[in-house]
Design a protein around this ligand. Structure first.
Ligand code: HAM
Length: 421
């Protein structure tokens, strides 16, 4: 083992990772629980796969030229010399599990998952190196209604999280293989004409995967991309029909969408439908949830000819969106202050009673009264009760509303009603 360096980092979290507490951690749990409840309604069953896989699981599937694989994976040799990769996303692992467990006999399979993912990206608000996804994958369903159901589940989730009017669904089709081959030829012709002005990264993509140039963030590239030929002109009639059926399904469910011909996604396994639910509330990291259809992936990974469609959402991004509204959904917080040590047991009893009403309670016993009140202020308690020998004998409590300063005397039996009013 390496000794820690002089300039020790033992008390620092790794860049791009976060320690979550309080309302952020509660928001995570809330998102997870809403997503798993909804998934059950749509008949998706929970799947837990390992956090690391053999590196090939990701390299062959996500695409060697995709940013995720070429620059962002955490890959290491284990002590046996095997190359392993911390999962950067959930789809490849779910498909690997499907194939290696022989679940091919069991089609269709609908999976829901949730957990940490790892990408070596430049950290900023909404973008981390360890982040969390919730996601779904439906395998063995090759008609457009599966895309519509998957989108409907995503849409329900965002509404259930209270995000109505705070996102937009962008959707596009990447067609079938033949459509993409047609388009590839058209694009290579176009970008070759503008080769002199392309960024270094895009010149490499021009050789390996010209479609990915459309995804470039480089300002110079963006100028050229603006006038690039649109994919719709290369679609085969079958692929076009498939997409029209997805759109008509969305219309019948009254799910609004925005056709976005430049949406290609950063991973290589997609075909037909691709989509992103985008918000403008988080600055640059606007994609809350994204996915699409990946009909060739199972075969590419050594399984049968099984189609797939799914999506994943960034839990940190969703949590940032709901955190403020989430904190205020709790019942009022009550601070119970022991005026003297002999009152502590009675304070415990009152705290226990108030918690049974569903109100959070912090029992404050240490320090002098000044310090105790300071603490009650600091935790922003809405009510405060001070209990000493007088209250113990009279069984009459004084409940102070911290915002208004109004004090109400109330018997123990009347406590619940007073807190609710
Ligand atoms: P993705 O677009 O790479 O797709 O990621 C899905 C979502 O994960 C993003 O929209 C974003 O909310 C979140 N996310 C991605 N990277 C980060 C990061 N570094 N920090 C915070 N959040 C992040 C996939 O992963 C596909 N597996 C989705 C899919 C499932 N397609 C079909 N099935």
């Amino acid at each position: 083992m390496h000794a820690m360096s002089e300039n020790s980092s033992k008390s620092q979290a790794v860049r791009g990772t976060q320690d979550l507490r309080g309302s952020m951690a509660s928001a995570f749990r809330h998102i997870d629980s809403i997503a798993s409840q909804l998934s059950e309604l749509y008949r998706f069953e929970e799947l837990k796969t390992p956090i690391f896989e053999h590196s090939e699981v990701f390299h062959r599937t996500l695409g060697e030229t995709s940013d995720v694989v070429s620059k962002e994976t955490y890959t290491f040799l284990d002590r046996g010399g095997d190359s392993l990769t911390l999962r950067p996303e959930g789809t490849a692992g779910a498909v690997r599990a499907f194939i290696s467990n022989g679940w091919t006999q069991d089609l269709p399979c609908r999976f829901f998952y949730s957990g940490p993912m790892f990408r070596y990206e430049r950290p900023q608000k909404g973008r981390y190196r360890q982040f969390h996804q919730i996601g779904v994958e439906a395998l063995g369903l090759n008609d457009p209604s599966a895309d519509v159901e998957s989108l409907s589940l995503a849409h329900d989730l965002l509404l259930k999280l209270g995000l109505k009017n705070r996102f937009k669904l962008h959707i596009n089709t990447l067609g079938d293989l033949e459509s993409r081959q047609n388009y590839r030829k058209t694009l290579v012709d176009y970008f070759t004409q503008h080769k002199a002005k392309l960024s270094q990264d895009s010149l490499v993509r021009l050789e390996k995967n010209p479609l990915r140039i459309l995804d470039s963030k480089d300002p110079g590239d963006r100028e050229i991309i603006k006038n690039a030929p649109q994919f719709s002109s290369s679609l085969t009639p079958q692929a076009s029909e498939f997409f029209q059926q997805v759109l008509s399904g969305l219309k019948s469910l009254e799910i609004e969408y925005h056709l976005d011909p430049l949406l290609v996604r950063g991973l290589d396994y997609y075909s037909h439908t691709v989509f992103e639910f985008i918000t403008t509330d988080l600055g640059a990291q606007g994609a809350l949830l994204a996915g699409g259809r990946y009909d060739g992936l199972v075969k590419l990974m050594g399984g049968g000819d099984v189609s797939g469609v799914g999506w994943a959402a960034g839990v940190e991004r969703l949590a940032l969106m709901i955190e403020s509204q989430f904190a205020s959904q709790q019942k009022p917080l009550v601070a119970v202050l022991a005026a003297e040590d002999s009152a502590i047991n009675y304070c415990q009893k009152i705290s226990h009673l108030v918690r049974s009403f569903g109100n959070p309670v912090e029992l404050i016993t240490s320090g002098n009264m000044g310090k105790k009140f300071k603490r009650a202020d600091k935790i922003k308690s809405q009510f405060c009760v001070v209990i000493g020998s007088k209250e113990m004998s009279s069984k009459i409590l004084t409940l102070k509303n911290m915002a208004t300063g109004v004090q109400i005397e109330v018997g123990v039996e009347g406590l619940k009603k007073t807190l609710e009013s």
